[in-house]
Design a protein around this ligand. Structure first.
Ligand code: G4P
Length: 535
């Protein structure tokens, strides 16, 4: 098969949701329908229900042994689908943000009872920034949820995307009857825990009495009324608007009951995009280019203490990856080759000889990789769009043992993995660790002690956010540096970062220092949407 044909067969995506909306359930149903697993219960939930460090370490240890759940590849309708897993715990949402940089589209699950929750809003900001095509699955229709009109309104207002329902629910909860496919003009009748396909009845004309026979007069009348309203409010589905990330098609169903899942999958394979061009600092890299390239978006520590190796998850962006071939590590300006690159088929991990754009491969690493690193066939460029987002919680790292060197090495390596962000203040005398959640501090402390033999404690700091600062006005910049010397540090790539104590102060400085650009991500986006999204 030619490279072009291989590329056209790939669909690389992630399922995102707030914890408990049904991601594990839907993922499992996808794998079951595709024949990649044989029975329910095979996909392990990566939720950390009790939010304790020991639960987290246990899950990490299991995942370290079987990293297969990080990427699930399977065939469906003659396509090669790569489904990238995202962590279920909100403290690890930065890991999810980065995974979103390696996909070409997403399926967003919204719980019909709870509506759009906070974590979903943040994840969708990243999708909007990258114009990632989104399909929405409203789940748990078998429960007494909100009205579908209210849900769609909430989705549009909270995640700033236009929606276009392709199916419409007939009642919900105990009286849930099924959905009417506005797209295919048929009725899909719901039965709890049904087999793969629903009972489908063609009803091209909603005035037909067949509708009343199947769902009863009252619900038939309600559907007719809803449908009349819908066409006026949402209009027809245009694939180009979906592909540009402007409009999200919406499906309703119940993952637990297999209802609506097959339709979702079939629409996904019909409309989801193949690997897209990726922005690099020098130029945009098209997947069809002959030269190989790609980037690391996630690093997973192998928590086996006997060997401190790690797996770097690498998205192929162009050309063809081949085993045992030297590639250029742009940041280190060195050439590396990989003798055991892994791909992930279903739950099995295999050594592969080649990989194509859209594929995600696991590269065994002994400390050469940082998140965001680019490999190429020789050219010098870096992929963009693997930004760091401002942490929410900041603490100073205090060495409490004599093992300063181990502590230094440990904190450098853990932050290369993306467990947390490290900032240096006072010419290297102070180290500040920033995270999204409190759990990471416990994880870092535990891993520093057990993997590096170094002890530390954390001193809380009262910062609100870290702002990456740039300016075209050297005088104003120097003035700001002088007056804020104690609150300015460097990130790991030596970019200046200002630690601001409150949102109010941030607004104040933005006004006072008009020529300084304060950003809550490490990358400069020319896209105005990124500004709008507030990240
Ligand atoms: P997550 O990965 O997004 O965190 O969610 P997960 O799939 O684990 O689902 C969270 C809970 O919601 C699970 O119940 C699951 O069975 C349930 N669920 C998923 N889809 C549906 C649905 O369509 N209808 C209903 N009624 N429930 C659904 P749990 O009791 O928390 O877990 P478990 O003990 O069943 O594993």
């Amino acid at each position: 098969m030619s490279n072009e044909e291989e590329i056209s067969k790939r669909r690389t995506f992630a399922i995102i949701s707030h914890p408990d909306a049904g991601k594990t359930t839907l993922t499992e149903k996808f794998l079951l329908f595709a024949g990649a697993i044989q029975s329910a219960g095979a996909v392990k939930s990566n939720k950390i229900k009790k939010s304790t460090m020991s639960d987290f370490m246990e899950i990490e240890r299991q995942r370290g042994i079987s990293v297969a759940s990080a990427v699930m590849s399977f065939e469906y309708h003659d396509l090669k689908i790569n489904l990238l897993d995202t962590p279920g715990h909100k403290d690890f949402s930065e890991d999810t943000y980065r995974t979103l940089t390696a996909v070409d589209s997403v399926i967003l699950i919204v719980d019909s009872v709870k509506g759009v929750e906070e974590q979903t809003e943040n994840l969708m900001k990243v999708c909007r920034m990258r114009k990632t095509p989104v399909i929405i699955f409203v789940n748990k229709l078998d429960r007494e949820g909100q009205s579908p009109f209210d849900l769609l309104d909430e989705i549009e207002s909270k995640i700033s995307i236009k929606v276009c329902p392709l199916s419409w629910p007939i009642s919900r909860g105990a009286t849930f009857k099924g959905v009417y496919s506005l797209h295919e003009k048929n009725l899909r009748l719901f039965t709890a825990n049904q087999a793969v396909t629903a009972n489908v009845v063609d009803i091209s004309d909603l005035q037909s009495v067949a509708l009343d026979e199947h769902v009863g007069n009252l619900l038939a009348a309600q559907l007719r009324e809803d449908a009349a309203l819908l066409s006026g409010v949402y209009g027809g589905f245009e694939k180009v608007q979906y592909l540009s990330g402007e409009v999200a098609p919406v499906f309703f169903g119940s993952a637990l009951n297999n209802f609506g899942v097959k339709e979702l999958m079939d629409t996904f394979v019909e409309i989801a995009p193949p690997p897209k061009p990726m922005a690099a600092d020098a130029r945009t890299i098209a997947p069809e280019e002959p030269g190989f390239s790609g980037f690391v978006f996630k690093i997973h520590a192998n928590l086996d203490l006997r060997h401190r190796d790690r797996i770097a998850f690498f998205r192929v962006c162009s050309g063809k990856f081949e085993r045992n071939t030297f590639y250029h590590h742009v940041r280190l300006d060195t050439n590396l080759r990989f003798s055991n690159p892994a791909s992930f088929l279903g739950q099995k991990k295999d050594v592969i000889d080649e990989a194509f754009p859209g594929d995600v491969i696991g590269l065994y690493d002994r400390g050469n990789f940082k998140i965001g690193d680019t490999l190429t066939a020789g050219e010098n460029f870096h992929f963009q769009g693997v930004p760091s987002f401002s942490p929410e919680i900041f603490k100073e790292l205090i060495n409490t043992s004599m093992k300063g060197k181990q502590l230094e090495k440990g904190i450098q390596q853990l932050t290369d993995e993306g467990v947390a962000q490290l900032f240096i203040l006072d010419d290297g005398r102070r180290k500040v660790v920033g995270t999204v959640g409190l759990l990471q501090f416990e994880v870092i402390q535990y891993r520093l002690e057990h993997e590096y033999g170094a002890e530390c404690r954390f001193q809380p700091l009262n910062f609100y956010k870290a702002c990456w600062i740039t300016s075209n006005n050297p005088t104003q910049f120097a003035d700001f540096f002088r007056s804020k010397a104690n609150s300015i540090g460097l990130d790991k790539d030596e970019r200046p970062v200002f630690f601001v104590e409150s949102e109010w102060m941030l607004h104040h400085y933005v006004k006072q220092y008009a020529d300084i650009d304060f950003r809550l991500t490490s990358e400069i986006h020319t896209d105005p949407l990124a500004k709008m999204a507030g990240i």
